[in-house]
Design a protein around this ligand. Sequence first.
Ligand SMILES: [Mn+2]
Length: 452
Amino acid sequence: MMKPVYIIGHKNPDLDSVASAIGYQAYKQAGGEGLFQAAVAGELSDEAVYVLDALGFQKPLWLKSVANTVEDLLDDQPLPHVHPETSLVELSRMMREQKIKTVPVLDQAGKFLGLLTIGDVALIFMENLGDAGAVEQSPRILGRVLQQKVGEIMKSRDLVVFETDDPVEEARKQMLKSRFRNYPVLDEKNSYLGMISRYHLLQMKRKRLILVDHNEKQQAVDGVEQAEILEIIDHHRVGDLQTISPIYFHNEPVGSTSTLIAEKFLDSSFTLDKHLAGLLLSGILSDTLIFRSPTTSPKDQKIAAYLEQVSGLNPIDWGKQIFSQAMQLGDRDERELVGSDLKEYSSGDLLFAVAQIEIIDVSGLEVRKAAFLAAMEELCQERGYAFMCLMLTDILEESSELLIAGRERSMLDQALGSGSGRNRIYMPGVMSRKKQILPVIYDALRRKDLLG
Ligand SMILES: [Mn+2]
Protein backbone atom coordinates (compact mmCIF):
# COMPACT_ATOMS: atom_id res chain seq x y z
CA MET A 1 0.00 0.00 0.00
CA MET A 2 2.20 2.82 -1.27
CA LYS A 3 0.87 6.26 -0.50
CA PRO A 4 0.84 8.75 -3.37
CA VAL A 5 2.13 12.29 -3.46
CA TYR A 6 -0.93 14.47 -4.03
CA ILE A 7 -0.68 17.21 -6.64
CA ILE A 8 -3.29 19.75 -5.70
CA GLY A 9 -4.48 23.25 -6.66
CA HIS A 10 -6.29 25.89 -4.62
CA LYS A 11 -9.76 25.86 -3.06
CA ASN A 12 -12.57 26.75 -5.45
CA PRO A 13 -10.63 24.93 -8.15
CA ASP A 14 -10.61 26.72 -11.49
CA LEU A 15 -9.59 25.30 -14.82
CA ASP A 16 -5.92 26.31 -14.55
CA SER A 17 -5.45 24.69 -11.15
CA VAL A 18 -7.16 21.46 -12.27
CA ALA A 19 -5.35 21.31 -15.63
CA SER A 20 -1.97 21.92 -14.03
CA ALA A 21 -2.56 19.22 -11.38
CA ILE A 22 -3.53 16.65 -14.01
CA GLY A 23 -0.71 17.78 -16.31
CA TYR A 24 1.93 17.65 -13.59
CA GLN A 25 0.77 14.20 -12.49
CA ALA A 26 1.38 12.96 -16.05
CA TYR A 27 4.77 14.67 -16.10
CA LYS A 28 5.92 13.25 -12.76
CA GLN A 29 4.58 9.82 -13.60
CA ALA A 30 6.50 9.87 -16.89
CA GLY A 31 9.62 10.60 -14.85
CA GLY A 32 9.00 7.37 -12.96
CA GLU A 33 9.89 8.79 -9.54
CA GLY A 34 6.99 7.19 -7.66
CA LEU A 35 3.27 7.42 -7.29
CA PHE A 36 1.49 10.74 -7.94
CA GLN A 37 -2.18 11.57 -7.73
CA ALA A 38 -3.86 14.73 -9.05
CA ALA A 39 -6.39 16.11 -6.58
CA VAL A 40 -8.67 19.09 -6.05
CA ALA A 41 -9.49 21.03 -2.89
CA GLY A 42 -13.16 21.62 -3.58
CA GLU A 43 -16.02 21.42 -6.01
CA LEU A 44 -14.90 22.09 -9.58
CA SER A 45 -15.93 25.24 -11.43
CA ASP A 46 -18.50 24.79 -14.22
CA GLU A 47 -15.78 25.64 -16.66
CA ALA A 48 -13.49 22.90 -15.37
CA VAL A 49 -16.31 20.34 -15.45
CA TYR A 50 -17.18 21.33 -19.01
CA VAL A 51 -13.61 21.09 -20.32
CA LEU A 52 -12.71 17.84 -18.50
CA ASP A 53 -15.82 16.26 -19.94
CA ALA A 54 -15.27 17.61 -23.47
CA LEU A 55 -11.67 16.35 -23.55
CA GLY A 56 -12.41 12.98 -21.94
CA PHE A 57 -10.79 13.40 -18.51
CA GLN A 58 -12.00 12.01 -15.18
CA LYS A 59 -12.56 14.44 -12.33
CA PRO A 60 -9.54 14.38 -10.01
CA LEU A 61 -9.86 13.05 -6.48
CA TRP A 62 -11.49 15.55 -4.09
CA LEU A 63 -9.41 15.89 -0.93
CA LYS A 64 -11.44 17.52 1.83
CA SER A 65 -8.48 17.73 4.18
CA VAL A 66 -4.86 16.66 4.34
CA ALA A 67 -4.69 16.78 8.14
CA ASN A 68 -3.05 13.76 9.78
CA THR A 69 -5.37 10.80 9.98
CA VAL A 70 -5.09 7.22 11.16
CA GLU A 71 -4.24 6.28 7.57
CA ASP A 72 -0.90 8.07 8.01
CA LEU A 73 -0.03 5.81 10.95
CA LEU A 74 -0.37 2.54 9.05
CA ASP A 75 2.68 0.56 7.98
CA ASP A 76 3.10 -0.11 4.30
CA GLN A 77 2.96 -3.86 4.95
CA PRO A 78 -0.04 -5.09 6.95
CA LEU A 79 0.69 -7.88 9.44
CA PRO A 80 -0.68 -11.42 9.03
CA HIS A 81 -4.24 -12.34 9.90
CA VAL A 82 -6.27 -15.52 10.57
CA HIS A 83 -9.73 -16.79 9.63
CA PRO A 84 -12.46 -18.02 12.02
CA GLU A 85 -11.78 -21.65 11.11
CA THR A 86 -8.06 -21.39 11.90
CA SER A 87 -7.21 -23.73 14.82
CA LEU A 88 -5.62 -22.60 18.04
CA VAL A 89 -2.58 -24.75 17.22
CA GLU A 90 -2.02 -22.82 14.02
CA LEU A 91 -2.66 -19.51 15.71
CA SER A 92 -0.14 -20.27 18.46
CA ARG A 93 2.48 -21.25 15.93
CA MET A 94 1.94 -18.08 13.95
CA MET A 95 2.21 -15.87 17.01
CA ARG A 96 5.39 -17.60 18.06
CA GLU A 97 7.07 -17.61 14.66
CA GLN A 98 6.14 -14.08 13.63
CA LYS A 99 6.59 -12.67 17.14
CA ILE A 100 3.21 -10.94 17.10
CA LYS A 101 1.01 -10.37 20.08
CA THR A 102 -2.28 -9.38 18.44
CA VAL A 103 -3.86 -11.10 15.44
CA PRO A 104 -6.95 -9.92 13.56
CA VAL A 105 -9.61 -12.39 12.46
CA LEU A 106 -11.00 -11.72 8.99
CA ASP A 107 -13.59 -13.38 6.80
CA GLN A 108 -12.78 -14.54 3.27
CA ALA A 109 -13.54 -11.08 1.85
CA GLY A 110 -11.08 -9.39 4.21
CA LYS A 111 -13.76 -7.91 6.49
CA PHE A 112 -12.88 -7.58 10.13
CA LEU A 113 -14.60 -9.99 12.56
CA GLY A 114 -12.60 -9.70 15.77
CA LEU A 115 -9.17 -10.22 17.26
CA LEU A 116 -7.10 -12.36 19.56
CA THR A 117 -4.24 -11.27 21.76
CA ILE A 118 -1.58 -13.41 23.32
CA GLY A 119 -3.18 -12.50 26.66
CA ASP A 120 -6.54 -13.93 25.53
CA VAL A 121 -4.89 -17.18 24.52
CA ALA A 122 -3.03 -17.46 27.80
CA LEU A 123 -6.24 -16.81 29.70
CA ILE A 124 -8.03 -19.60 27.86
CA PHE A 125 -5.34 -22.08 28.86
CA MET A 126 -5.34 -20.90 32.44
CA GLU A 127 -9.11 -20.99 32.78
CA ASN A 128 -9.30 -24.51 31.41
CA LEU A 129 -6.49 -25.76 33.56
CA GLY A 130 -7.58 -23.73 36.54
CA ASP A 131 -9.68 -26.11 38.61
CA ALA A 132 -8.26 -29.27 37.11
CA GLY A 133 -6.29 -29.70 40.30
CA ALA A 134 -4.67 -32.84 39.14
CA VAL A 135 -1.63 -32.35 36.96
CA GLU A 136 -2.24 -35.68 35.26
CA GLN A 137 -5.48 -34.26 33.77
CA SER A 138 -3.73 -31.44 31.96
CA PRO A 139 -2.70 -33.13 28.67
CA ARG A 140 -6.32 -34.12 28.04
CA ILE A 141 -7.55 -30.59 28.82
CA LEU A 142 -4.86 -29.03 26.66
CA GLY A 143 -5.79 -31.31 23.77
CA ARG A 144 -9.38 -30.17 24.04
CA VAL A 145 -8.41 -26.50 24.18
CA LEU A 146 -6.13 -26.76 21.18
CA GLN A 147 -8.92 -28.17 19.03
CA GLN A 148 -10.89 -25.00 19.35
CA LYS A 149 -11.24 -22.70 16.37
CA VAL A 150 -10.29 -19.04 16.40
CA GLY A 151 -13.89 -18.09 15.60
CA GLU A 152 -15.10 -19.56 18.91
CA ILE A 153 -12.70 -17.69 21.14
CA MET A 154 -11.96 -14.38 19.38
CA LYS A 155 -12.94 -11.09 20.95
CA SER A 156 -15.40 -9.15 18.85
CA ARG A 157 -17.00 -6.89 21.40
CA ASP A 158 -15.77 -3.89 23.41
CA LEU A 159 -12.89 -3.33 21.01
CA VAL A 160 -11.42 0.02 20.13
CA VAL A 161 -11.31 0.16 16.36
CA PHE A 162 -10.25 3.07 14.14
CA GLU A 163 -11.22 4.17 10.67
CA THR A 164 -8.66 5.50 8.19
CA ASP A 165 -10.01 9.03 8.22
CA ASP A 166 -10.18 9.42 12.02
CA PRO A 167 -7.96 12.34 13.10
CA VAL A 168 -4.68 11.24 14.66
CA GLU A 169 -5.32 13.47 17.67
CA GLU A 170 -8.56 11.64 18.36
CA ALA A 171 -6.86 8.26 18.00
CA ARG A 172 -4.07 9.34 20.36
CA LYS A 173 -6.57 10.26 23.07
CA GLN A 174 -8.43 6.98 22.65
CA MET A 175 -5.21 5.00 22.86
CA LEU A 176 -4.12 6.72 26.05
CA LYS A 177 -7.51 6.10 27.60
CA SER A 178 -7.89 2.43 26.65
CA ARG A 179 -4.26 1.25 26.76
CA PHE A 180 -4.59 -1.81 24.56
CA ARG A 181 -1.43 -2.92 22.85
CA ASN A 182 -2.76 -2.79 19.28
CA TYR A 183 -5.75 -1.26 17.51
CA PRO A 184 -7.24 -2.50 14.23
CA VAL A 185 -7.80 0.02 11.43
CA LEU A 186 -10.72 -0.46 9.05
CA ASP A 187 -12.01 1.40 6.03
CA GLU A 188 -15.60 2.58 5.67
CA LYS A 189 -16.59 -0.84 4.29
CA ASN A 190 -15.24 -2.61 7.40
CA SER A 191 -12.26 -4.05 5.48
CA TYR A 192 -9.18 -4.60 7.60
CA LEU A 193 -6.18 -2.41 6.67
CA GLY A 194 -3.70 -2.90 9.47
CA MET A 195 -2.93 -2.50 13.14
CA ILE A 196 -1.62 0.54 14.96
CA SER A 197 -0.09 1.05 18.38
CA ARG A 198 1.28 3.93 20.43
CA TYR A 199 4.63 3.28 18.76
CA HIS A 200 3.09 4.26 15.40
CA LEU A 201 2.34 7.75 16.71
CA LEU A 202 6.06 8.43 16.73
CA GLN A 203 6.55 6.97 13.28
CA MET A 204 3.78 8.92 11.56
CA LYS A 205 4.35 9.83 7.91
CA ARG A 206 2.59 13.05 7.00
CA LYS A 207 0.67 13.37 3.74
CA ARG A 208 2.91 14.63 0.96
CA LEU A 209 1.80 17.41 -1.37
CA ILE A 210 2.85 19.31 -4.45
CA LEU A 211 0.98 22.60 -4.65
CA VAL A 212 0.13 24.00 -8.06
CA ASP A 213 -1.41 27.36 -8.94
CA HIS A 214 -1.28 28.75 -5.37
CA ASN A 215 1.09 29.15 -2.46
CA GLU A 216 -0.99 30.90 0.20
CA LYS A 217 -2.19 28.98 3.23
CA GLN A 218 -5.56 30.69 3.09
CA GLN A 219 -6.25 29.20 -0.35
CA ALA A 220 -4.78 25.76 0.25
CA VAL A 221 -6.62 22.57 1.12
CA ASP A 222 -7.65 22.25 4.80
CA GLY A 223 -5.00 20.73 7.04
CA VAL A 224 -2.13 21.88 4.81
CA GLU A 225 -0.14 22.94 7.90
CA GLN A 226 0.05 19.28 8.94
CA ALA A 227 1.17 18.00 5.54
CA GLU A 228 4.62 17.92 3.99
CA ILE A 229 4.99 20.18 0.96
CA LEU A 230 7.48 18.81 -1.55
CA GLU A 231 7.16 21.34 -4.39
CA ILE A 232 5.26 24.46 -5.42
CA ILE A 233 4.63 25.56 -9.00
CA ASP A 234 2.79 28.84 -9.25
CA HIS A 235 2.31 32.22 -10.88
CA HIS A 236 0.90 34.26 -7.98
CA ARG A 237 2.40 36.57 -5.40
CA VAL A 238 4.43 34.74 -2.77
CA GLY A 239 2.37 34.24 0.37
CA ASP A 240 2.86 32.78 3.78
CA LEU A 241 3.40 29.02 3.63
CA GLN A 242 6.38 27.67 5.50
CA THR A 243 8.28 24.44 4.88
CA ILE A 244 10.68 22.53 7.11
CA SER A 245 13.19 21.57 4.42
CA PRO A 246 14.25 23.34 1.24
CA ILE A 247 11.86 22.58 -1.60
CA TYR A 248 11.59 23.02 -5.35
CA PHE A 249 9.64 26.29 -5.70
CA HIS A 250 8.98 27.48 -9.24
CA ASN A 251 7.18 30.81 -9.27
CA GLU A 252 7.08 32.84 -12.46
CA PRO A 253 4.96 35.82 -13.48
CA VAL A 254 3.26 34.22 -16.48
CA GLY A 255 -0.43 34.03 -17.34
CA SER A 256 -1.14 30.53 -16.08
CA THR A 257 0.37 27.59 -14.23
CA SER A 258 -0.62 25.41 -17.21
CA THR A 259 2.00 27.37 -19.20
CA LEU A 260 4.71 26.29 -16.76
CA ILE A 261 3.61 22.65 -16.79
CA ALA A 262 3.47 22.53 -20.61
CA GLU A 263 6.92 24.11 -20.72
CA LYS A 264 8.25 21.27 -18.59
CA PHE A 265 7.03 18.77 -21.17
CA LEU A 266 8.56 20.86 -23.95
CA ASP A 267 11.92 20.89 -22.16
CA SER A 268 11.83 17.14 -21.50
CA SER A 269 11.87 14.03 -23.63
CA PHE A 270 8.38 13.02 -22.46
CA THR A 271 5.59 12.98 -25.03
CA LEU A 272 2.61 15.20 -24.41
CA ASP A 273 -0.54 13.53 -25.66
CA LYS A 274 -3.20 15.32 -27.63
CA HIS A 275 -5.84 15.42 -24.90
CA LEU A 276 -3.48 16.68 -22.24
CA ALA A 277 -2.21 19.36 -24.65
CA GLY A 278 -5.85 20.43 -25.10
CA LEU A 279 -6.39 20.53 -21.33
CA LEU A 280 -3.28 22.64 -20.68
CA LEU A 281 -4.22 24.96 -23.55
CA SER A 282 -7.64 25.37 -21.90
CA GLY A 283 -5.93 26.28 -18.62
CA ILE A 284 -3.98 29.03 -20.38
CA LEU A 285 -7.05 30.36 -22.23
CA SER A 286 -9.10 30.40 -19.05
CA ASP A 287 -6.53 32.22 -16.90
CA THR A 288 -5.44 34.70 -19.59
CA LEU A 289 -9.05 35.34 -20.69
CA ILE A 290 -8.08 34.23 -24.21
CA PHE A 291 -4.86 36.29 -24.09
CA ARG A 292 -6.69 39.53 -23.26
CA SER A 293 -5.74 39.72 -19.61
CA PRO A 294 -2.75 41.97 -18.81
CA THR A 295 -1.19 38.96 -17.10
CA THR A 296 -0.59 37.35 -20.51
CA SER A 297 3.13 37.00 -21.24
CA PRO A 298 4.98 36.18 -24.47
CA LYS A 299 5.73 32.76 -22.97
CA ASP A 300 1.98 32.02 -22.68
CA GLN A 301 1.58 32.85 -26.37
CA LYS A 302 4.54 30.71 -27.37
CA ILE A 303 3.47 27.70 -25.30
CA ALA A 304 -0.15 28.05 -26.49
CA ALA A 305 1.04 27.90 -30.12
CA TYR A 306 2.85 24.65 -29.34
CA LEU A 307 -0.22 23.24 -27.57
CA GLU A 308 -2.42 24.27 -30.51
CA GLN A 309 -0.22 22.18 -32.77
CA VAL A 310 -0.33 19.11 -30.56
CA SER A 311 -4.03 19.31 -29.66
CA GLY A 312 -5.41 20.52 -32.98
CA LEU A 313 -7.63 23.02 -31.11
CA ASN A 314 -7.87 26.59 -32.35
CA PRO A 315 -7.23 28.73 -29.25
CA ILE A 316 -9.59 31.57 -30.10
CA ASP A 317 -12.54 29.39 -31.13
CA TRP A 318 -12.02 26.91 -28.31
CA GLY A 319 -11.53 29.74 -25.79
CA LYS A 320 -14.79 31.39 -26.77
CA GLN A 321 -16.54 28.05 -26.55
CA ILE A 322 -15.21 27.52 -23.02
CA PHE A 323 -16.34 30.94 -21.83
CA SER A 324 -19.72 30.99 -23.54
CA GLN A 325 -20.83 27.45 -22.69
CA ALA A 326 -19.12 26.70 -19.45
CA MET A 327 -20.68 29.00 -16.87
CA GLN A 328 -24.18 27.82 -16.01
CA LEU A 329 -25.32 31.27 -14.89
CA GLY A 330 -29.00 30.55 -15.22
CA ASP A 331 -28.99 27.46 -13.03
CA ARG A 332 -27.18 28.99 -10.10
CA ASP A 333 -28.23 31.41 -7.41
CA GLU A 334 -26.15 34.49 -6.65
CA ARG A 335 -24.48 33.03 -3.61
CA GLU A 336 -23.25 30.04 -5.56
CA LEU A 337 -21.99 32.25 -8.37
CA VAL A 338 -20.12 34.54 -6.00
CA GLY A 339 -18.55 31.53 -4.30
CA SER A 340 -17.51 29.68 -7.45
CA ASP A 341 -14.29 31.62 -8.04
CA LEU A 342 -13.66 33.25 -4.70
CA LYS A 343 -10.24 33.65 -3.15
CA GLU A 344 -9.53 34.62 0.43
CA TYR A 345 -6.59 36.73 1.51
CA SER A 346 -5.28 37.93 4.82
CA SER A 347 -3.18 40.86 5.93
CA GLY A 348 -2.33 40.76 9.61
CA ASP A 349 -5.59 39.97 11.37
CA LEU A 350 -7.68 41.28 8.52
CA LEU A 351 -9.42 38.80 6.27
CA PHE A 352 -10.91 39.72 2.90
CA ALA A 353 -12.00 38.08 -0.34
CA VAL A 354 -12.04 38.83 -4.04
CA ALA A 355 -14.39 36.87 -6.31
CA GLN A 356 -14.62 36.99 -10.08
CA ILE A 357 -17.07 36.03 -12.80
CA GLU A 358 -15.66 36.13 -16.30
CA ILE A 359 -18.04 35.93 -19.22
CA ILE A 360 -18.39 36.89 -22.85
CA ASP A 361 -21.16 39.42 -22.20
CA VAL A 362 -22.00 40.70 -18.72
CA SER A 363 -25.10 42.70 -19.72
CA GLY A 364 -27.31 39.76 -18.76
CA LEU A 365 -26.13 40.09 -15.16
CA GLU A 366 -27.45 43.65 -14.69
CA VAL A 367 -30.71 42.55 -13.10
CA ARG A 368 -28.92 40.31 -10.61
CA LYS A 369 -26.52 42.86 -9.13
CA ALA A 370 -28.63 43.71 -6.07
CA ALA A 371 -28.88 40.00 -5.29
CA PHE A 372 -25.11 39.62 -5.75
CA LEU A 373 -24.52 42.42 -3.23
CA ALA A 374 -26.89 40.83 -0.72
CA ALA A 375 -25.13 37.48 -1.06
CA MET A 376 -21.76 39.20 -0.57
CA GLU A 377 -22.89 40.97 2.62
CA GLU A 378 -24.05 37.61 3.89
CA LEU A 379 -20.66 36.01 3.15
CA CYS A 380 -18.81 38.87 4.89
CA GLN A 381 -20.92 38.34 8.00
CA GLU A 382 -20.55 34.57 8.06
CA ARG A 383 -16.87 34.32 7.26
CA GLY A 384 -15.63 37.47 8.93
CA TYR A 385 -14.38 39.28 5.83
CA ALA A 386 -13.66 42.95 6.54
CA PHE A 387 -14.67 43.53 2.93
CA MET A 388 -15.08 41.63 -0.28
CA CYS A 389 -15.39 42.48 -3.92
CA LEU A 390 -16.81 40.72 -6.93
CA MET A 391 -15.34 41.41 -10.36
CA LEU A 392 -17.85 41.02 -13.17
CA THR A 393 -15.43 40.79 -16.06
CA ASP A 394 -16.51 41.20 -19.67
CA ILE A 395 -13.91 39.35 -21.70
CA LEU A 396 -14.67 40.88 -25.10
CA GLU A 397 -15.13 44.42 -23.83
CA GLU A 398 -12.02 44.02 -21.65
CA SER A 399 -13.52 45.68 -18.61
CA SER A 400 -14.83 44.81 -15.17
CA GLU A 401 -17.51 46.12 -12.93
CA LEU A 402 -16.65 45.77 -9.26
CA LEU A 403 -19.31 45.16 -6.66
CA ILE A 404 -18.10 45.81 -3.13
CA ALA A 405 -19.46 44.83 0.28
CA GLY A 406 -18.52 44.50 3.94
CA ARG A 407 -18.09 46.81 6.93
CA GLU A 408 -14.82 48.25 5.60
CA ARG A 409 -15.89 48.60 2.02
CA SER A 410 -15.25 52.36 2.02
CA MET A 411 -11.54 51.56 2.16
CA LEU A 412 -11.92 49.54 -1.00
CA ASP A 413 -13.99 52.27 -2.62
CA GLN A 414 -11.27 54.82 -1.86
CA ALA A 415 -8.48 52.55 -3.06
CA LEU A 416 -10.11 51.44 -6.28
CA GLY A 417 -12.70 54.02 -7.17
CA SER A 418 -13.52 57.63 -6.60
CA GLY A 419 -14.56 57.34 -3.00
CA SER A 420 -18.07 58.14 -4.09
CA GLY A 421 -19.52 55.75 -1.56
CA ARG A 422 -21.16 53.68 -4.22
CA ASN A 423 -20.99 49.91 -4.07
CA ARG A 424 -20.43 49.55 -7.82
CA ILE A 425 -17.28 50.69 -9.61
CA TYR A 426 -16.86 50.42 -13.36
CA MET A 427 -13.25 49.83 -14.39
CA PRO A 428 -12.42 49.78 -18.10
CA GLY A 429 -9.29 47.78 -18.97
CA VAL A 430 -9.34 45.88 -15.67
CA MET A 431 -9.50 42.10 -16.03
CA SER A 432 -6.96 40.63 -13.63
CA ARG A 433 -7.60 40.03 -9.97
CA LYS A 434 -4.02 39.37 -9.08
CA LYS A 435 -2.35 42.01 -11.23
CA GLN A 436 -4.80 44.91 -11.16
CA ILE A 437 -6.93 44.54 -8.04
CA LEU A 438 -4.89 42.78 -5.34
CA PRO A 439 -1.81 45.03 -5.53
CA VAL A 440 -4.06 48.09 -5.12
CA ILE A 441 -5.76 46.54 -2.08
CA TYR A 442 -2.48 45.52 -0.46
CA ASP A 443 -1.04 48.94 -1.15
CA ALA A 444 -4.04 50.62 0.47
CA LEU A 445 -3.77 48.29 3.48
CA ARG A 446 -0.07 49.06 3.83
CA ARG A 447 -0.70 52.82 3.79
CA LYS A 448 -3.51 52.43 6.27
CA ASP A 449 -1.08 50.57 8.57
CA LEU A 450 1.54 53.31 8.20
CA LEU A 451 -0.92 55.98 9.16
CA GLY A 452 -2.20 53.87 12.06
MN1 LIG B 1 -3.77 30.12 -12.37
